[in-house]
Design a protein around this ligand. Structure first.
Ligand SMILES: [Zn+2]
Length: 145
């Protein structure tokens, strides 16, 4: 789910400044961050999120962000002009970030057939196939294996 266009970039820059202030390093080269709450206040999603990110081989210098509340998710969708496109995750290949809705770690809110790892692998698939196609992304990310 690529985002394009100068206006989105401008909006994202503002958005990312807030986000990167909260960034931390999960592994040698993949950065994890929270949006909408501090790591401390994003529990229990944050710890589960870090565990899941560690199982998915995102490329070097990739930033993976867990969005910590339903309100923050709506704000993130507006900020990236992605309203109505996804309830789970979105990836910007050019700017090397993936946003994931913290709700996917909550069994009461994640009513899809996708586990959190499948959601992240699907996003990885978009990165690897360099495409927006959903089936090819599943295949490239190894979602159905
Ligand atoms: Zn997708």
């Amino acid at each position: 789910m690529a985002l394009r266009g100068p206006s989105r970039t401008t909006i994202w820059l503002r958005f990312s400044l807030t986000m990167l202030a909260l960034s931390a390093v999960a592994s040698a080269s993949v950065h994890v961050s929270t949006y909408g709450a501090s790591e401390e206040h994003c529990q229990p999603a944050y710890n589960k999120f870090v565990d899941t990110v560690e199982r998915v081989p995102f490329p070097d210098d990739w930033t993976v962000v867990v969005v910590c509340s339903d309100v923050a998710w709506q704000v993130a969708l507006l900020a990236t002009r992605s309203e109505g496109r996804t309830e789970m995750a979105l990836t910007n290949r050019k700017h090397r970030w993936t946003l994931v809705n913290g709700a996917v770690w909550d069994p009461l809110r994640n009513r899809s057939r996708y586990t959190p790892e499948m959601v992240l692998r699907h996003e990885l698939g978009h990165i690897l196939c360099e495409c927006r196609d959903e089936e090819r992304a599943n295949e490239a990310g190894g979602v159905n294996k």
